[in-house]
Design a protein around this ligand. Structure first.
Ligand code: GDP
Ligand code: MG
Length: 163
């Protein structure tokens, strides 16, 4: 069995963008398909010759923009329970939200490694956006740009090393 990596985080932080960057082949493309009710999307990935599965969670339905909605919580909890490693995506442009704080507290008791990723850091000039996140004491913390690729290779090196 290939190890499973769950990508979690509130809507619009860039989970699907990161998923698409990491994954080479996806089981189904659900983004932009109206009426698709699947709540998890699996993709196959390889990094450093190591294969693994990536799970993108949540946000596939138009009503899925409330991160405190019970079904979103269930999706996240189920994805975490089924995974060998968790990637929690945070939004460097938006800063920390109450949902982020809530979820990071829950993740402290996770059995598997958790990687905190501050996304939308599109280049070195934006690293200053990280201050808030450092203050929360999240470890390990990565800054990257899912859209442009900045910081992604270093993150993937550490991710596959933990699988
Ligand atoms: P999800 O709801 O967490 O799956 O978020 P998406 O992957 O759909 O991305 C939400 C929005 O953030 C989209 O408009 C993306 O283009 C944008 N976005 C994602 N990653 C980045 C990034 O690295 N940099 C910037 N500037 N925007 C990003
Ligand atoms: Mg998405």
């Amino acid at each position: 069995m290939k190890p499973v990596v769950a990508i979690i985080g509130r809507p619009n932080v860039g989970k699907s963008t990161l998923f698409n960057r990491i994954v080479r082949r996806r089981e189904a493309i659900v983004d932009n398909l109206p009426g698709v009710t699947r709540d998890r999307l699996y993709g196959e990935a390889v990094w450093d010759e190591r294969p693994f599965l990536v799970v993108d969670t949540g946000g596939f339905l138009s009503g899925d923009d409330d991160p405190f909605a019970p079904h979103i919580r269930r999706q996240v909890e189920q994805a975490v329970a089924e995974s060998d490693a968790v990637v929690m995506v945070l939004d460097g442009r938006q800063g920390l939200s109450p949902f982020d704080r809530d979820l990071t507290l829950r993740l402290r008791s996770a059995d598997q490694p958790v990687f905190y990723v501050v996304n939308k850091i599109d280049g070195p000039a934006q690293e200053e956006l990280l201050h808030d996140f450092y203050a929360l004491g999240l470890e390990p913390l990565y800054s990257l740009s899912a859209e442009h690729g900045y910081g992604v290779p270093d993150f993937l090196d550490d991710l596959v090393a933990a699988l």
